[in-house]
Design a protein around this ligand. Structure first.
Ligand code: SAM
Length: 233
């Protein structure tokens, strides 16, 4: 697809000739916001079947997609998870958006001792991830877990997946690119509590890492850490 093509995430299976209705939200976006017309094409993806061109059929109100040719085959994502201490809403939204752009496959919000957000609207986070995937030409969506405690996260973390824990003000080595499946753990705005740091350090698959001498906001740390890790996978 050329620059600026509209990409829409759909839940339907995609194959040549498939035809299905757009959701009311997609119809509003394409017809009212983007002013697309009957017969114009957009690109569709669903996380499994690659990217397809689709023609729009509309009477001005309702909208259907009819799938044409495949534009891109599905390709596997780099295997990168992000766990982060829940932040205030805007900061959490930014982490969701940028983690999706950076290809994170699973996002695990953590209710850390010093987390500022407790209630999370998962549907809203999902919508942010969908929009970021549509705009970044990503072919998949990240899995978004419901918020869980740090103990629950560490208790179910797969030991074969190194977890790079970002710790500030510690003599930890600088973060290095990952060499395969991995995860990043970032604290909340107030940092991890001492007992959380101790708990993190008890697991042999945890790698403590630093982003240098400056104290970064949690969302900056998440994004900088992901960019570093991702360079290797
Ligand atoms: N309130 C803490 C303090 O003043 O010591 C700072 C916490 S920092 C704003 C939030 C999170 O970002 C930390 O828990 C850590 O995961 C990460 N972080 C920030 N700067 C970092 C650095 N230089 N190296 C590693 N991690 C960092």
């Amino acid at each position: 697809m050329g620059h600026g093509s509209i990409r829409i995430f759909v839940s339907a299976r995609l194959a040549a000739g498939a035809s299905f209705a757009a959701t009311a939200q997609q119809a509003h976006y394409l017809l009212r916001v983007m002013r697309r017309r009957d017969g114009e094409t957009v690109a569709l993806f669903n996380g499994d079947d690659g990217e397809w061109s689709a023609a729009l059929a509309t009477d001005g109100r309702s909208l259907r997609f009819t799938v044409g040719e495949r534009l891109r085959a599905q390709a596997p994502d780099a295997d990168l998870w992000l766990a982060f201490g829940l932040l205030k809403r805007d900061a959490t939204d930014l982490v969701m958006r940028q983690a999706t752009e950076l290809g994170v496959t699973r996002i695990c919000p953590v209710l850390a001792r010093r987390s500022q957000g407790e209630r999370v609207n998962l549907a809203r986070l999902q919508a942010i991830a969908i929009e970021a995937a549509e705009q970044s030409e990503r072919l998949t969506l990240p899995t978004i877990d419901p918020p869980q405690t740090l103990a629950a996260l560490l208790g179910t973390w797969p030991p074969a997946r190194p977890l790079v824990a970002l710790v500030e003000r510690a003599h930890a080595p600088l973060i290095r690119p990952a060499s395969g499946a991995s995860g990043l753990l970032v604290g909340p705005e107030g940092g991890f509590a001492p007992e959380e740091i101790a708990e993190i350090g008890r697991h042999r698959w945890v790698v403590r890492a630093s982003l240098g001498p400056r104290i970064l906001r949690a969302e900056t740390a998440a994004i900088a850490g992901l960019a570093q890790l991702q360079a290797g996978i």
